[in-house]
Ligand binder design. Structure first.
Ligand code: UDX
Length: 447
C-alpha cells in the first residue's frame, strides 16, 4: 500500500513539497493555520510567485478539473494525524525580532498541535531549518506528548531548495539528507524518496545533529562564497582590477567552482542572512562561538555592499546630497524569478537613497505588490521604461532576464542621463557603453 503523506506549513517549502509529493504519486494532505492560504491552495493558486508551482498544484489539487485529485488541504490537525503515515513539518523559522537567534515558535506550535492526535505508530519528519539540538528536543516532546508514546518517531530531513527553482530542486534534488534514529525511520524515508526521479540521487543517512548542521553549514558556505567575492570586489575597486574576470579565472579551478561568485550588492532573502545569524547564536549557546566568528565578518561584508552601492550612486551623481536627484531602480526582489522582498538588498539600497532625499522610482517584474507593502513611500512605475524616464541614474539591483533584454539605445532616449550602475554584475558592459551609456559596477574598471 502506498504511503500517505501530510505536509504541515504551506509556505515556499511546504507548498512545493506537498505538490512534489503528489507528483511522485502519493496521496497528500497539506495543512496551514492561515485560512486565506488554504482557500487559495484549494483553488490551485499559489500564495507567492514560484515558477511552475501553480501548474503542479493545479495538476494535483482535488476538485480541479482534470487533476489527479491526490492533493488536498485542511486546517485540522486531527485530520492530518488520522490521514498520514509520514508527516512533514515545513513551517518557517524566521529571525527573532531584535536578536540573532531564530524563532522556533511556529515549529513548536506545529508539534504541540499535532502530538495529542498521534495515537498509533507514525513518523514525523522535520524539514524546517532549525538550531542544532532542536530535533533531539522535539523527538522527546513527541514521545512525551503523543498517546502513541515511543510510536511517535521523529526524523530530520533538511531541504535545500532555492526560491525560483523550488519545483526543480524538490523533484531533482542534489542530495537527500536524513537524520534518523531507527531502521524503521530510514526505511520509510527511503520509501518516500524511492522514485525513478531520485534513484540516482545520493541518500545520506546520519544522526540528528549532523542532519541539522548540514543545512546551516551549507548556507554558511554559500554566504561565505558570496562575501568572499564581494571582498575581492572591494580590493579590485581599490586596485583598478576586474572582479568579474577574477571570478571567472578562479572559477576554472574545480576546487573553487564558478557558482556563487557573482559580486554585487550581496545576499538577502529569507534564508542566508538569518541562517548565518542563527548559526552564530546557536554556536554561542553551545560554547563554540569562536568557531563561527568568521560568519560575523561574512555578514558585515554583505551588509557593507549595500552602503557601498549607495555611495557609488552618490559619487557618480557628483557627490553630496541626493536631493533633487531622480534615481531609477530596476529590481526589488532579493533575487530574480521570485516575488520575495524579505531582506532584499535592492529595496534596502532604494530605501537608503530615498531617506537621503533622492527621488526613487522602482520597477520589478514580480515584486511590486510586496515592495509597495514594505516600502509604501518609494515611487513605483509599471515598467522599466517608465521607471527610467527622466532618471539621472539607473540602478540595476536584481538581475531579472527582462532587464538583460532591455534595449540600451531605446532606454537612453527616455533617461535624463545615460548613467547605469550594475549592482549585480549581470549586464553586458560593452552593449551599454556602445549605446552611449556610462556603465559602472562595483569592483570593475570604469571603462
Ligand atoms: C538559499 C540556498 O541557496 C538554498 O539552498 C537554501 O535552501 C535556502 O537559501 P535562496 O534564499 O532561494 O536559497 O537564494 P540563493 O539563490 O541562495 O541566493 C541568495 C542571495 O545571494 C540572493 O540575494 C542572490 O542575489 C545572492 N547571490 C547569489 C549573490 O549575490 N551572488 C551570487 O553569486 C549568488
Amino acid at each position: 500500500m502506498s504511503l500517505k503523506i501530510t505536509v504541515i506549513g504551506t509556505g515556499y517549502l511546504g507548498a512545493t513539497h506537498a505538490a512534489a509529493m503528489a507528483e511522485l504519486g502519493f496521496e497528500v494532505l497539506g495543512l496551514d493555520v492561515v485560512p486565506e492560504k488554504i482557500e487559495m491552495l484549494q483553488r490551485g493558486e499559489v500564495p507567492m510567485y514560484e515558477p511552475g508551482l501553480d501548474d503542479l498544484l493545479r495538476k494535483h489539487v482535488a476538485g480541479i478539473e482534470g487533476s489527479s485529485g491526490r492533493l488536498r488541504f485542511t486546517m485540522d490537525f486531527a485530520e492530518v494525524a488520522a490521514f498520514g503515515d509520514v508527516h512533514f513539518v515545513c513551517v518557517n523559522t524566521p529571525q527573532r525580532h531584535g536578536e540573532y537567534a531564530c524563532d522556533m515558535s511556529y515549529v513548536d506550535s506545529a508539534f504541540a498541535a499535532l502530538a495529542p492526535h498521534l495515537t498509533g505508530p507514525t513518523l514525523v519528519v522535520g524539514k524546517s531549518t532549525v538550531p542544532v539540538g532542536s530535533a533531539d528536543r522535539l523527538a522527546r516532546y513527541l514521545v512525551e506528548n503523543s498517546p502513541a508514546g515511543e510510536g511517535a518517531e521523529l526524523a530530520w530531513n533538511p531541504e535545500f531548495l532555492r526560491e525560483g527553482f523550488a519545483v526543480q530542486d524538490t523533484l531533482h534534488p542534489d542530495r537527500i539528507v536524513v537524520g534518523v534514529r531507527s531502521e524503521r525511520a530510514e526505511k520509510l524515508l527511503r520509501q518516500v524518496y524511492a522514485t525513478p526521479l531520485s534513484e540516482s540521487t545520493p541518500f545520506v543517512v546520519t544522526d540528528f545533529p549532523t542532519a541539522e548542521l548540514v543545512k546551516t553549514s551549507a548556507n554558511s558556505f554559500l554566504a561565505t562564497k558570496i562575501s568572499f567575492i564581494n571582498a575581492m570586489a572591494e580590493v579590485c575597486e581599490a586596485a583598478d582590477g576586474d572582479v568579474a574576470k577574477l571570478a571567472e579565472a578562479i572559477g576554472y579551478d574545480d576546487r573553487i567552482g564558478k557558482k556563487f561568485l557573482r559580486a554585487g550588492i550581496g545576499f538577502g532573502g529569507g534564508c542566508l542572512p538569518k541562517d548565518i545569524r542563527a548559526f552564530m547564536a546557536r554556536a554561542g549557546e553551545l560554547g563554540a562561538d569562536q568557531a563561527l566568528t568568521f560568519l560575523r565578518e561574512i555578514d558585515s561584508i554583505n551588509m557593507r555592499q549595500r552602503g557601498q552601492m549607495v555611495e557609488l550612486t552618490r559619487q557618480v551623481l557628483g557627490g553630496g546630497s541626493f536631493l533633487g536627484k531622480r534615481v531609477a531602480v530596476l529590481g526589488a526582489t532579493f533575487k530574480p524569478d521570485s516575488d520575495d522582498v524579505r531582506d532584499s538588498p535592492a529595496l534596502n539600497v532604494a530605501g537608503q537613497i530615498h531617506l537621503q532625499g533622492g527621488q526613487v522610482t522602482v520597477y520589478d517584474p514580480k515584486g511590486m505588490a510586496n515592495a509597495r507593502r514594505l516600502f509604501p513611500t518609494l515611487g513605483y512605475a509599471d515598467s522599466a521604461v517608465d521607471a527610467v524616464r527622466g532618471a539621472d541614474v539607473v540602478l540595476h539591483l536584481t538581475e531579472w532576464r527582462e532587464f538583460r533584454e532591455l534595449d540600451p539605445a531605446a532606454l537612453g532616449e527616455v533617461a535624463a542621463t545615460r548613467l547605469i550602475l550594475d549592482g549585480r554584475n549581470a549586464l553586458d558592459p560593452a552593449l551599454w557603453r556602445k549605446a552611449g551609456w556610462t556603465y559602472r559596477a562595483m569592483g570593475r574598471p570604469t571603462a
